[in-house]
Design a protein around this ligand. Structure first.
Ligand SMILES: Cc1cc2nc3c(=O)[nH]c(=O)nc-3n(C[C@H](O)[C@H](O)[C@H](O)COP(=O)(O)OP(=O)(O)OC[C@H]3O[C@@H](n4cnc5c(N)ncnc54)[C@H](O)[C@@H]3O)c2cc1C
Length: 317
């Protein structure tokens, strides 16, 4: 069974955030845009704060946007996944980074009392704030958060399947850097990264991952494009290459599975693991679902009765 490290948590509370300084902001989309998504790679200098050197791949940190919400209360903290390795963007743990996607849409009613006739432009508060921030701007940060979605203590004792959709790639940038650019040398483990996006142009950090694939025989980069010519989702890609590629890693005792991204992405994977006889390795299935054929599992029953086991890390939002 994997052993995971103890990591620092909540060194800085959202009610008393510290000041970080934006030191970099650039698009991290592959480009040649087909969909109206805007995603940036934002680097924040936290030197001299309790966060310096204290964030680990898989953790997230908080950003507290300035101003007040519609009820006149200070805006609440929003969490963003760490995209940098434990030594930061700068090699010293002073500069952390993340991958914010602008929430931009037409207003649609979300709850009772919302104006059904309103279709004004809707802009998410914090994602647009942090994407708008310029180099030199100060931002309020807190954290770290998360102690379950981590790399194991002995990184070479396991092989990895990372599955991401959209900004769910952020922790895998962090983890791949940790595994392949580590001061002790690159990992000897097999690492498979599966990235799902609507169009090729929505792939994030694509050059970085292609670079790893060229440089390291044990890094494998798979892309699932859901609106391209061969419509494919993450779990469909894994299913289509099950025997040759994914089964050898996941059915071995060394295998660990990580999923991060859009809420809902886990269900197709749960079913696939169930169909391929790997339920016991990766999931705890409560009594209510024991004995029910996998083909009868639906989202609601999976949400209620399946918990990832120690070998499966799931972060969806
Ligand atoms: C552990 C974790 C890690 C995360 N990591 C990342 C990351 O790396 N990158 C990233 O981009 N995000 C990440 N998120 C999500 C992030 O925390 C924010 O939720 C996201 O950026 C939106 O925040 P916002 O302030 O821009 O939007 P908000 O102002 O909070 O607006 C979003 C809310 O508005 C409502 N809404 C949505 N669409 C509409 C609409 N069309 N009309 C009316 N109301 C609407 C919904 O209720 C929604 O919850 C992460 C979340 C978690 C929990």
């Amino acid at each position: 069974m994997p052993e995971f490290p103890e990591v620092p948590m909540n060194l800085v509370k959202p009610k008393e955030p510290v000041i970080g300084k934006v030191v970099g902001s650039e698009t991290c989309l592959k480009g040649g845009r087909k969909s109206a998504g805007f995603v940036r790679h934002v680097a924040i200098d936290v030197s001299g704060t309790p966060l310096e050197g204290q964030l680990y791949p898989g953790q997230s940190f908080g950003i507290v946007p300035p101003g007040e919400d519609e009820n006149g209360k200070p805006h609440k903290v929003r969490l963003y996944s760490l995209a940098s390795p434990s030594w930061g963007e700068d090699g010293e743990g002073k500069v952390i980074s993340t991958t914010p996607k602008r929430v931009i849409d037409e207003f649609t009613s979300q709850k009772d009392g919302d104006d059904e006739s309103c279709h004004e432009l809707f802009l998410g508060v914090c994602s647009n704030y942090i994407c708008d921030a310029k180099v030199g701007d100060e931002v309020q940060v807190c954290g770290p958060n998360g102690k379950r979605f981590l790399l194991p203590v002995d990184r070479n004792a396991h092989d990895y399947v990372f599955m991401a959709t959209g900004t769910g790639i952020a922790p895998f940038r962090s983890m791949c850097m940790e595994l392949f650019d580590h001061p002790d040398g690159p990992t000897s483990s097999q690492v498979h990264l599966v990235m799902g996006s609507p169009y090729e142009s929505d792939l994030l950090y694509d050059d970085l991952f292609r670079g790893y694939a060229e440089k390291h025989d044990n890094f494998h980069y798979h892309t699932a494009i859901s609106r391209g010519a061969n419509k494919q989702y993450v779990h469909g890609l894994v299913e289509s290459q099950w025997e040759d590629v994914f089964n050898p890693v996941l059915s071995s005792e060394r295998g660990l599975l990580y999923m991060c991204g859009l809420i809902g992405m886990q269900f197709g994977v749960y079913q696939l693991l169930g169909e391929r006889g790997l339920s016991d390795d990766y999931m705890e299935i409560k009594d209510e679902l024991q004995g029910v054929p996998v083909s009868d599992w639906d989202r609601e029953t999976m949400r209620r009765y399946i918990r990832p086991s120690e070998r499966m890390m799931v972060e969806v939002y």
